[in-house]
Write a protein that binds this ligand. Sequence first.
Ligand code: PHE
Length: 337
Amino acid sequence: MDIKLIQAQIENDLAAVTSLQALEEVRIKYLGRKGLLAELTGSISGLALEQRGAFGKEVNVLKNKLLSLIEEKGKFLKKSGSVEKKENLDVGLPGIAQELGGLHPITQVINEICAIFTRMGFSVVQGPEIETEYNNFTGLNIPLEHPSRDAFDTFYLKNYPKLLLRSHTSPVQVRAMKAHQPPLAIVVPGRVYRPDAVDASHLFMFHQVEGFLVDENVKFSDLKGILELFAKSVFGQDIKMRFRPHFFPFTEPSAEVDISCIICKGSGCSVCGRKGWLEILGAGLIHPDVFKQVGYDSKKYTGFAFGMGIERIAMLKYGINDIRLFFENDLRFLKQF
Ligand code: PHE
């Protein structure tokens, strides 16, 4: 008799079993006193001496296998209440609905911001999170001695001295300008990395949206107009904006941009540190040295650039006081968006 065939037959029989009673019938068919296994064992004495050992072993293995399969099936049937209780099926019970997933709040804010800019004619472009030192710093006119190049402020790749985890989305300016000629209007959402100690307002990874536009005759007032439209779309029509002089190596002039505090409307509260203003982004006119790096004629073209932290915008928009909430995967938090 072919042991393999018998095993296949057993597995077939077991697969068809849907009740403890049927399982017992299968058990008797194979393991009962007159069952197939008993028959096989009985046939051993009729074999040639040298065949007995091997055959006996095979029969034993089959028996053990069968015992464990039956036990497993028995457990399964008991657990699932077996189909014997079919009569108790309540067809009036409400079904089990499939829960719908949702977009992460950071993704939602990124989509909202990108939609505002695409309505104004910007294209959405992405860049790699592993960048070259050149694109992240040199191409952006950030000098070798600049503190942001320090290993305390940037993650370098251990065995690749010229590669790093981008510390901002600005390197995509260099990539896009090298790949395309003006006019250019681009927004770049994406992750950035900085070795900051984690607390309520810092993580080692966060998201930015970069924006830049290059053409003939682009003026600072174009930047102001576009950013005002952006801020009002995100935070409401009554929001006020102000530009404070600042410094970035890749823009000149540069500014930090504040909106009037959305909590106290400018009168001063704990969220804005009694200042009445909240910083939301950095911006400026693209530095002629950046144009030189990418091979643009800085006599012919001007442009502006800005960059904002998405977690910060989302925290302000929704009144969230701890950045870590975004990445703890706590559904009680995430389901609110
Ligand atoms: N890359 C700057 C930062 O991460 C923000 C910025 C972008 C400033 C573009 C000016 C122009 O802080």
